[in-house]
Ligand binder design. Structure first.
Ligand code: NOJ
Ligand code: CA
Length: 528
């Protein structure tokens, strides 16, 4: 099996991991300094959100130079040092590739916008106004308003799926493809182990730029973008060819991985594995982020996803990232360990978001500290992503050891006790639990590589089995704060609790009826 199948991914938001030069913003030297923490936590690969030259209109997802490090984060030498140190520690390094759009400051766009005859005009999506004037069609920006921006100088509009500072590239243009493939080769040649590809399902738009149809499910008060079904602006069939080409570049280098950021229902998501599995190795599966936190809904989701996977395709699971509210604030602190156990024992590659291992909550951001352009564009709609991007709290010292000056976003209010040092010293902490759980996962290949089989679902309880090389483990989880009884008919005599969310249950014999305490999860070793 490949490292990206059995391994654990860990996402670092570099602005918020560790500041080393006292400007209140995390940097590459900071990530390097903290790599031993990640190695000791037991993860296998670190994915860095973008660190490239950027005006930071969308905090690095607006890139002005794909092959240079933004001075805010350091220099190329700092990046090389990070990769070298990571590899010494046995950690892989993944970069964020943002091929759908550049910054307006990118030289390609600067050239493109100069005239209709510019050699790079066709690198972006320029269109004439609609016959009666106004935008070429009804497409909306994910960040609010029309996705079209008028340029008086040349009398045309350009398309931007996100901010107007993020013009979309034209992926039907072969030169654009070649240029981005060379960006990939640049980083892969420097030892990078793969990419997480930003908004992979957006890359190709309808050739005829047809209007998107209205979304009958949209309700007043919901985000504007949801008014239309983005059937012509996203997930076009031709995108699969683009994905295959990205994969072919990945395959020029040994043992690298291609991960796609794709927000689609599982039946559509799985197309991104590609024909013959020659697309993305891991189309990110975000379905746990949105599912109602109930045993029946989660059991049904796992069934649906497992059934949708093409033969041989490897699953993956995500609980959080830099765009979505923190898991603990969504499911409640009492469920933090159950959520961790689910993520780390389902079949497929788990992806952890920095700070989730501390039970870091969504942090409330005062209006005068809002930094996210999405929230600034559409204030008060609860779209802000700052609350899940706050600094990593390392210790109980001033500013939690993150920086020596006030950080770019506030720390969690309880950083004095919810930090790496304090939680490391406490046997019942979320962090200690994560460490033990990850160690257990590493020690039992059934959990990382084993076959999956659902065992029972009743009330708030859900149990499943993982089997490999003759070893059988069962996982039983209670998704509510009431106790629940599960009937485990096939449990062999001699089964015992191996590990659980509550201390004191380890070693307990398990029969065919298992009672779980409120908010409890257990891993059972089934030996006959
Ligand atoms: C998805 C990224 O995860 C998000 O942070 C960003 O704003 C958009 N893509 C635009 O690049
Ligand atoms: Ca810094």
């Amino acid at each position: 099996m490949h490292w990206w199948q059995t391994g654990i991914l860990y996402q670092v938001y570099p602005r918020s991991f560790q500041d080393t030069n006292g400007d209140g913003v995390g940097d590459l030297a900071g990530v390097t300094q903290r790599l031993p923490y990640l190695a000791e936590l037991g993860v296998d690969a670190v994915w860095l959100s973008p660190v490239f030259v950027s005006p930071m209109a969308d905090f690095g997802y607006d890139i002005a130079d794909y092959t240079a490090i933004d001075p805010l984060f350091g220099r190329l030498a700092d990046f090389d040092a990070l990769v070298a140190r990571a590899h010494d520690l046995g950690l892989k390094v993944l970069l964020d590739l943002v091929p759908n759009h550049t910054s307006i400051e990118h030289p390609w766009f600067k050239e493109s916008r100069t005239s209709r005859e510019s050699a790079r005009r066709d690198w972006y999506l320029w269109r004439d106004p609609a016959p009666g004037g106004g935008p070429p069609n009804n497409w909306l920006s994910e960040f609010g308003g029309s996705a079209w921006q008028y340029e008086a100088a040349t009398g045309q509009y350009y398309y931007h799926a996100f901010l107007r500072e993020q013009p979309d590239l034209n992926w039907r243009n072969a030169d654009v493809r070649r240029a981005m493939h060379n960006v990939m080769r640049f980083w892969l040649g420097r030892g990078v182990d793969g990419f997480r590809v930003d908004v992979m399902w957006h890359l190709i738009k309808d050739a005829a730029f047809r209007d998107n149809p209205p979304n009958p499910a949209w309700r007043e008060g919901e985000a504007d973008y949801g008014r239309l079904l983005p059937v012509y602006s996203t997930d076009r069939p031709e995108v699969q060819e683009v994905v295959c080409e990205l994969r072919a570049v990945i395959d020029e280098f040994p043992d690298r991985v291609l991960i796609g950021e794709i927000y689609l229902p599982v039946d559509k998501l799985v197309a991104y594995y590609g024909d013959e599995l020659l697309g993305a190795h891991l189309p990110f599966n975000f379905s746990l982020i949105g599912v109602p936190w109930r045993a029946d809904a989660i059991a049904a989701l796992v069934d649906r996803y497992e059934a949708a996977l093409p033969p041989g395709a490897w699953p993956n699971w995500v609980l959080g990232n830099h765009d979505r509210p923190r898991i603990v604030s969504r499911v409640g602190e009492a469920q933090a360990k159950v959520a961790a156990m689910l993520l780390l024992t389902l079949r497929g590659t788990p992806s952890l978001y920095y700070g989730d291992e501390l039970g870091l909550p969504q942090v409330a951001i005062a209006p005068d500290r809002v930094r996210d352009p999405w929230e600034r564009n559409l204030p008060g709609q609860g779209l802000g992503r700052d609350g899940c991007r706050t600094p990593m709290p390392w210790d109980s010292g001033p500013l939690a050891g993150f920086s020596t000056v006030e950080p770019w976003l506030p720390l969690n209010a309880d950083a004095g006790i919810r930090n790496v040092a304090a939680e490391s010293a406490k046997s019942t902490s979320t962090l200690t639990f994560y460490r033990r759980l990850i160690a257990l996962r590493r020690a039992h290949p059934a959990l990382s590589a084993g076959v999956y089989r659902p065992l029972a679902q009743s009330g708030s309880g859900f149990a499943y089995e993982r089997t490999a090389g003759g070893e059988i483990l069962a996982v039983a989880l209670n998704f509510a704060s009431v106790s629940v009884e599960l009937s485990l008919e096939s449990m062999p005599y001699g089964s015992r609790v191996l590990f659980g969310t509550r201390p004191g249950r380890d070693g307990e014999a398990v029969g065919t009826r298992l009672v779980l305490h409120p908010d409890e999860g257990v891993i059972i070793s089934c030996e006959s």
